[in-house]
Write a protein that binds this ligand. Structure first.
Ligand SMILES: Nc1nc2c(c(=O)[nH]1)N[C@H]1C(S)=C(S)[C@@H](COP(=O)(O)O)O[C@H]1N2
Ligand SMILES: [Mo]
Length: 300
């Protein structure tokens, strides 16, 4: 395949790890005592304080390695992520198997500190490194007819021990509307805290859609398909009444079995108050226009 790669890799955009460590230390007692949810300015300042590396890599959902929060950290070391190719097909001008290294050479890696809100009502703040999904889709050349993007995770039960059980219908699949996929907030993450993304977080590349519940942010992607039909998604297939295609974070639309009005920030400490969940996870200004005129209760 003859690709013409843009050559604008700027790894120096990555902010060094120790800046965050220092900021955490500076924050001092308040965060440690779980008082980071005080009203007013203080809450604003600490609200985007990243979780620690240890928290981010030890409390995970990645059912390919088991359903416990500690299972991915325990089992994901068995996954081999090199070599890795991402098949991009469907309604694109340049379909093919894109080598991960070639993708990296073509992309601009930047840091994005995003809130991350799981549908289970816990959250973190994660300093991702990655590139905009739009840049990858542009590389493949999205055709006029495409309306949706479908994503697929690796299926390799020899290494992904959770895939030996029928917890979900493997491989894990997800999807976005094309305008959601092209949105500048939509990231393909390849790192955290300036380091290569750990296997349990979805190495070597995973989607991050910060205004949607975490399960939309599919990990360890091997296939991206441009299509004109809304693609099936794993959690919708498993429990369609509870998990819709859109899955936008919305404090006003509860899960059938629990409230989505508040969330527990991981690492907040034993006495931390739950914090209010923000519309579109705090990205309302950036993304609300994508859903203008849509009934968000119906399109959950
Ligand atoms: N392939 C795959 N992707 C996945 C999942 C999964 O089980 N398999 N879990 C999702 C859920 S429910 C969440 S909350 C996030 C968790 O990402 P993290 O472990 O990096 O915080 O990954 C999402 N992506
Ligand atoms: Mo989740």
């Amino acid at each position: 395949m003859a690709h013409r790669w843009k050559n604008n890799l700027t790894r120096s955009d990555v902010t060094p790890h120790d800046i965050y460590l220092n900021r955490r230390q500076l924050l001092g007692g308040a965060a440690g005592l779980g008082l980071a949810t005080l009203a007013g300015g203080k809450a604003q300042a600490s609200e985007l304080e990243p979780n620690s590396w240890e928290e981010i890599i030890s409390y995970n959902n990645f059912y390919e390695f088991g359903t416990g929060k500690g299972d991915p950290a325990q089992h994901a070391h068995r996954l081999t992520t090199s070599p890795w190719t991402v098949t991009i097909d469907g309604m694109v001008d340049r379909p093919g198997d894109y080598k991960f290294d070639e993708i990296m050479a073509a992309m601009t890696i930047e840091e994005r500190i995003y809130r991350f809100r799981c549908v289970e009502a816990w959250s973190m703040v994660i300093p991702w490194n990655g590139f905009e999904l739009k840049d990858l889709l542009d590389l493949a050349g999205v055709q006029e007819s495409a309306k949706y993007v479908a994503f697929e995770t690796l299926y390799r039960p020899e290494e992904m021990v959770g895939q030996r059980f029928g917890t979900l219908d493997w491989p894990y699949v997800e999807g976005l509307r094309l305008d959601e996929a092209m949105h500048p907030l939509t990231l393909m993450a390849t790192g955290i805290y300036g380091k290569t993304i750990p296997n349990q977080n979805g190495a070597p590349l995973r989607l991050v859609v910060p205004w949607k519940y975490g399960f939309k942010s599919i990990k360890s992607i091997v296939k991206i398909t441009l299509t004109d039909k809304q693609p099936p998604t794993s959690w919708n297939k498993a429990l369609g009444r509870e998990y819709g295609f859109y899955s936008n974070v919305n404090p006003e639309v509860d899960h059938p079995r629990w409230s989505q009005a508040t969330e527990r920030r991981i690492g907040g400490g034993l006495f931390a108050k739950r914090i209010p969940t923000l519309m579109f996870n705090g990205y309302e200004k950036e993304v609300a226009s994508l859903y203008e005129g849509m009934d968000l209760r119906r399109f959950y």
